[in-house]
Design a protein around this ligand. Structure first.
Ligand SMILES: [Cu+2]
Length: 371
């Protein structure tokens, strides 16, 4: 985070990062300068965990993304439209409702009507648009491990694989009690690992862009024949999606038992008109503070009409509402409250922000600071 954890890497400069990896899992790394994330400055970081089963026949890392850059201007142009700073058509491809609400695609029955602010021209799986989609190949009966990463700037995806149920094994790098599901919501910054026993055929791997009536698409093929069309609908896609924060942690992912030494109240605020977002810490626009080795409880309340994937750097929360599920990115639906505990074992100043790039850029950014 420039200005917080380090100085920016200037054009033409290099910077070497050296760090220990305390645990394995599916991660990604990306720029935190402006809207560079939404210009594609991100990449997966996969750390093999020696405690994970390695009995999969194939493993694929699947990066979901939303794309505007170079198609209809830039992410910065989109931000200008949202903040009303742009020239010409302030609303871009969005309609503006009578009460200042953005009107989007079909409301999602779990996430509500307003799941994102930018209507992107393209949604991608591993950099490909649906018409030029990627095909993942394997043999019938293979056990596949899929590591999904949502690197989007402003899009929550609902992921499903035709004719298959997925067994969730990890989220945000940490193991969970295995859970079978037909579809999964993955918000910006979140990761989920699933296992699938592949059938015999050609199957659509679809990621609906929630609330935007569009999708990312790929194909998993274990047999010859015609691939499904990118716009194919199938029962798994319309099933009730899993919210990752409802999972339960694997025993080896649990934090030690304990009661919080300190509690902080986090209020998420903001709206579309004017386009401004905020984090209040105990009612103030200041950092949360903690002392090393304390147990901190963060009580987050979403006071807005939109969902926000809240992300903390340098730590992974335990969610007491989900039996101590470990996550570093948690989606708070509109009006939702989430309690998240952490153990302060990594001194420094760490960003705490919404993983919607446009919300973060317009104020939904704070930090956790060690005293
Ligand atoms: Cu947000």
């Amino acid at each position: 985070m420039p200005g917080m954890t380090q100085d920016p890497i200037e054009p033409g400069e290099s910077f070497s990062y050296v760090f220990e990896v305390p645990h394995g899992g599916t991660y990604f790394y990306h720029s935190h300068t402006g809207l560079q994330l939404d210009r594609g400055l991100h990449a997966p970081l996969i750390i093999r965990d020696p405690q994970d089963a390695e009995d999969q026949d194939v493993e694929w890392t699947i990066v979901l993304d939303d794309w505007v850059d170079g198609i209809q201007g830039t992410p910065d142009d989109e931000l200008d439209k949202l903040t009303g700073m742009g020239s010409g058509d302030h609303n871009g491809r969005m309609g503006m409702g009578g009460h200042g609400q953005m009107m989007h695609g079909t409301p999602d029955r779990v996430l509500g009507g307003d799941a994102g602010d930018v209507m992107y021209p393209h949604y991608l799986i591993n950099g490909r648009i649906p018409r030029a989609h990627r095909t993942f190949e394997a043999r019938p009966g293979d056990k596949a491990r899929l590591r999904f990463i949502n690197s989007g700037g402003d899009t929550i995806f609902k992921v499903a694989l035709g004719d298959h149920r997925m067994t969730v094994t990890h989220t945000d790098g940490f193991p969970v009690q295995p859970w079978e599901t037909e579809s999964i919501y993955l918000s910006m910054g979140e990761r989920v690992d699933v296992e699938v026993i592949l059938g015999d055929g050609i199957f659509p791997l679809t990621a609906l862009a929630v609330g935007k009536d569009d999708r990312a698409f790929a194909v998993i093929r274990t047999a010859g024949g015609q691939a499904p069309r990118p716009d194919v609908d199938f029962p798994e896609l319309s099933s009730t999606g899993l919210l990752l924060s409802s999972l339960k942690p694997a025993d080896r992912a649990l934090l030690p038992e304990g009661t919080p030494d300190r509690e902080v109240s986090i209020d998420l605020g903001g709206q579309m008109m004017p386009y401004e977002w905020s984090i209040l810490t105990d009612g103030q626009s200041s950092s949360a503070t903690v002392q090393e080795s304390q147990r901190l409880r963060m009580v987050m309340r979403n006071r807005t009409m939109m969902p926000h994937p809240m992300h903390i750097h340098g730590h992974t929360w335990a969610l007491p509402g989900s039996g101590g599920l470990r996550k570093d990115t948690v989606l708070l639906r509109h009006g939702e409250t989430m309690i998240a505990d952490l153990i302060a074992d990594n001194p420094g100043e760490w960003a705490f922000h919404c993983h919607n790039a446009y919300h973060m850029e317009t104020g939904m950014l704070s930090s956790l600071r060690y005293e």
